[in-house]
Ligand binder design. Structure first.
Ligand code: EPZ
Length: 431
């Protein structure tokens, strides 16, 4: 078992390159099974969720090659694939995309209910509603989702909640359905557009991705293609917040600046200087941040996946900030960890009220989930003294070479073996 050890206080300085988007990658990889030829996917982040997805496909009988530079080639030769292995499916959320893909490919899918970060109840009723509208029969038995359709037929589907997963899963099922499917109240996140572009590169007919109405006209077959995954909005945002939190000056390369607008706006409000040009953004910060209020919303609102790092940043702002989480009902587990470092935060329902303190002090803390882990890194970089972050397997699910990238910016951070005498007692790490 490893942990991250950070000695805080160094302002981050220099250049960093963002990897491919995790949440696009984990949809594009299974979607590649829909093609009848070989598919090359470039700019994939080399993270655990990507390896796990490749492992799942491999266990199902798909031949694939992964290069260290983030290119996966899928050889779509095999006709009949095995069922996805439930032990791997349970490791992360995006394994639910196999439902839409296998339903489109074989008219039948059996996939274990997915896992993922524990950030609130994560129903898939909207995915099921979409499949059923297209003529599938879906039931859940002993934790297994079974979907079957004689023939998938295009349908008009109104999503009751704006859901990234349901929007993508319905698009995947619809690309080879008979007729046209219309998704209303669709999610508009950048990765929805990336998945639609990928499907179109394989010969699908998807229009409107990036707006709240997506139209998918079914086609008979899809062919192989080469696709480059978009840069990760959330990784870029994490580095932007880290630069601001440490009073640093960081140039972040390989970004789509438009995707970062909600983060840019909030950092400027807090006092950051931001310069953007084409595919880079530079964030610098010279003084104590001002308190700001943040409300998470579906894109183009402030992303829930950056709410936790933003909470860490605002914990030393001047004044009182209120963070309202509207997407997940239980995404404040990182707050108790921040409190160990001296933060003054009160959670009231869906809001965290942050009374900014002068500084944080290093402590032993847990990565409670993926972005909660990113929040602990931000806090550790800002804090006085040493911070030990445990349970970093959460962080490795979504951030590529995380400590290497921070080291490149001058951070004092290292990954070390957890000492044998370290133990957990009621979630407090004791030595
Ligand atoms: C995706 O999760 C991301 N995961 C999450 O990122 C992200 O937080 C979330 O979208 C919102 O942006 C992946 O893409 C793999 P949703 P997803 O369906 O698709 C409710 C990270 O840190 N809902 O958009 O599972 C749901 O409860 C992760 O990278 C239903 O009620 O999220 C939530 O309140 C964590 N019924 C809201 O919708 C449904 O059928 C949004 O969920 C589906 C969702």
């Amino acid at each position: 078992m490893k942990k991250l050890v950070i000695k805080g206080g160094n302002p981050l300085k220099g250049k960093i390159r963002v990897s491919g988007a995790k949440n696009a990658a984990v949809a594009v990889i299974p979607a590649a099974l829909l093609a009848e030829g070989d598919v090359i996917i470039e700019n994939l982040p080399m993270i655990k969720d990507v390896y796990n997805y490749c492992h799942i496909l491999n266990k199902m009988g798909v031949n694939l090659e992964i290069s260290e530079t983030g290119t996966v080639t899928l050889f779509n030769g095999k006709k009949n694939l095995s069922e996805p292995p439930c032990d791997l499916v349970k490791k992360f959320r995006a394994s639910y995309y196999l439902l839409g893909v296998l339903l489109a490919k074989y008219g039948e899918a059996q996939v274990t209910l997915p896992g993922g970060c524990d950030i609130g109840s994560r129903p898939i009723d909207q995915h099921i509603k979409g499949f059923e509208a297209m003529g599938a029969h879906v039931e859940i038995e002993h934790g297994l989702v079974k979907a079957k359709a004689e023939k998938l037929v295009g349908a008009q589907i109104y999503l009751d909640v704006v859901s990234v997963g349901a929007t993508i899963n319905i698009m995947l099922a619809a690309v080879r359905a008979q007729g046209t499917t219309v998704i209303e109240n669709a999610a508009k996140e950048p990765h929805i557009v990336d998945v639609a572009n990928f499907l179109n590169a394989m010969g699908a007919n998807v229009k409107g991705a990036g707006t709240d109405v997506i139209k998918i006209r079914g086609v008979d077959k899809l062919h192989g293609c080469t696709h480059t995954v978009i840069p990760d909005q959330i990784e870029a945002g994490t580095f932007m917040i880290s630069a601001a939190a440490t009073g640093g000056d960081v140039l972040i390369e390989n970004v789509i600046t438009k995707h970062l607008d909600p983060i840019t706006a909030k950092l400027i409000e807090a006092g950051a200087q931001i310069e953007e040009n084409g595919d880079y953004i530079r964030v610098s910060f010279k003084r104590r941040p001002k308190a700001v209020n943040v409300k998470t919303l579906p894109y183009p609102g402030f992303p829930t996946d950056l709410q936790q790092p933003m909470t860490a940043f605002l914990s030393t702002a001047e004044g009182t900030s209120i963070i309202t989480e509207t997407i997940w009902e239980n995404r404040f587990k990182h707050v108790d960890e921040l409190k160990r470092m001296g933060a003054k935060i009160k959670v009231e329902g869906r809001s965290a009220v942050i009374e900014g303190v002068e500084s944080l002090s290093g402590a032993s803390v847990q990565a409670t989930d993926l972005r909660g882990g990113a929040a602990m890194i931000v806090a550790g970089l800002m804090a006085e003294g040493r911070t030990d972050i445990y349970d970093i397997y959460h962080i490795d699910r979504g951030y590529q070479y995380i400590e290497e990238k921070y080291k490149q910016l001058g951070a004092n951070i290292s990954r070390v073996e957890v000492e044998k005498e370290t133990y957990y007692l009621d979630k407090v790490v004791c030595k």
